[in-house]
Ligand binder design. Structure first.
Ligand SMILES: CSC[C@@H](O)[C@@H](O)C(=O)COP(=O)(O)O
Ligand SMILES: [Zn+2]
Length: 214
């Protein structure tokens, strides 16, 4: 597949997003991966092992829906976690994966398989949520170096709960998706804000784990 104008425009947009996310401390030490949909069945994803705050045009690979590379290079080790979202949700155009301190610590400190968020005005940043009184659930999947196995668990969950706004991987980070890159960045910012609020509450009330389902 040739790297066309759409490929390079997408690469440029993702590189700028990576710089911003790195400045916020959400993609330390080459962690994280990003993608944008190129067509109904293809996407551009970050190359594996690159520093996500210093991405250049050669640090991106086009892949098909099964994660097979269509251009030269090695796509992210977690490509399948991106392509499965494009396959499941025909309307989405962007996926961001980050390793913030908040998502890493909170997913480790939460014993159950779900983090329940309620009472926060910022929940309204998620589509379909119109009140702070709503309960929004972020599932937490156990980390697994076999990505296909983790992707299967994520897919089963999302098939049952298609309104899920994002998910956490225990001790690892967060995956977030949306219509386009700008709205995905906004959503990620909302998720990170809410995770920080939950962590602060736990610091204020140690022993009282709020927002946690066993
Ligand atoms: C630097 S450790 C993080 C990796 O193991 C992985 O979780 C990650 O997010 C980046 O992997 P990558 O293959 O570069 O997309
Ligand atoms: Zn990761």
């Amino acid at each position: 597949m040739p790297r066309d104008r759409r490929f390079y425009e997408s690469a440029t947009a993702l590189a700028a997003a990576g710089e911003q996310l790195h400045q916020r401390g959400w993609v330390p030490a080459t962690s994280g991966n990003f993608s944008l949909r190129l067509s109904p069945t293809t996407a551009i994803v970050t190359a594996s092992g690159r520093h996500k705050g210093k991405l250049g045009p050669d640090d991106f690979i086009a892949v098909d829906q099964s994660g097979t590379p269509l251009t030269d290079g090695k796509p992210s080790a977690e490509t399948l976690l991106h392509t499965q979202l494009y396959a499941r949700f025909a309307n989405i155009g962007a996926v961001l994966h980050c390793h913030s301190v908040n998502s890493t610590v909170l997913s480790l400190e939460t014993q159950g398989s779900e983090l329940v968020l309620t009472g926060y005005e910022v929940l309204k940043a998620f589509s379909g949520v119109d009140s702070h009184n709503t309960k929004v659930v972020l599932p937490i999947f156990d980390n697994d170096q076999t990505i296909s196995r983790m992707a299967a668990k994520v897919d089963t969950y999302l098939a049952a709960k298609p309104d899920c706004p994002a998910y956490l991987i225990r001790g690892h980070g967060v995956y977030c998706w949306s219509d386009d890159l700008d709205s995905c960045l906004d959503k990620l910012e909302a998720v990170e804000f809410l995770l920080q609020c939950e962590l602060e509450r736990r610091r204020l009330h140690p022993g009282q784990h709020t927002g946690e389902k066993q």
